[in-house]
Ligand binder design. Structure first.
Ligand SMILES: [Zn+2]
Length: 204
């Protein structure tokens, strides 16, 4: 859909800031479908305590995780637990282009399938845990678009107030929502950490 048509439908903008942290990637090679199921269940269980994003499926399983800054001990514990049971376990203590390239190659070699990982809608960088998510919704709250921005782009577009911040992000977005900058945004109260704006209807 053309960005201009999308923009016309938007009557609500919600900024959803996500908690940051240290990223890491676990790679686990399994020998059979039972082991695959076990590993998937293991990561599903720990997603109660930390953020987890599965990045591949097949005999090579990989998961991006995000823990609170400095919580490296937890990563070591997870690795030890996996290593005691499975033949090949690797822990990469960041998420970067290098590990993503390695993962892509290993998936090719093992016939495993890469799963979609979110990309920043400004710089295009692959980012499993975007720092800012901006949801655009229509009149009745129906989702129109959900845009994701990495921590670098979030920092680059920081502003003295939330209205300037969100307009700056949306104007830099690859889909170009800069037309929203001409509209009047009205802050409306929300629960939690979300920041919500209503767009004043345009005079016909
Ligand atoms: Zn970015």
């Amino acid at each position: 859909m053309a960005a201009s048509r999308t923009v016309e439908k938007v009557s609500e903008i919600v900024i959803d800031p996500k908690p940051g942290g240290s990223r890491a990637v676990f790679l686990v090679e399994t020998r059979n479908s039972e082991e695959t199921r076990e590993v998937m269940n293991f990561f599903s269980d720990i997603s109660d305590y930390l953020q987890v994003l599965p990045m591949s499926k097949g005999s090579l399983l990989s998961f991006a995780v995000q823990v609170q800054e400095g919580d490296q001990k937890m990563l070591d514990e997870i690795r030890a637990k996996l290593a005691s049971r499975y033949g090949f376990v690797a822990l990469h203590r960041s998420f970067d282009a290098l590990i993503y390239n390695i993962l892509t190659e290993l998936c090719n070699d093992t016939g495993s399938k890469l799963l979609p990982v979110p990309k920043c809608d400004i710089c295009g960088k692959v980012d499993p845990f975007p720092e800012t998510i901006v949801n655009l919704a229509g009149e009745d709250g129906t989702p129109v678009a959900s845009r994701k921005y990495c921590s670098t782009c979030t920092a680059q577009h920081s502003a003295t107030n939330n209205k300037d911040f969100v307009i700056s992000l949306l104007s830099a977005d690859r889909k170009d929502f800069s037309r929203l900058a001409q509209r009047k945004l009205i802050r409306t109260p929300t629960r939690k950490q979300r920041i919500k704006f209503k767009i004043e209807p345009q005079a016909a």
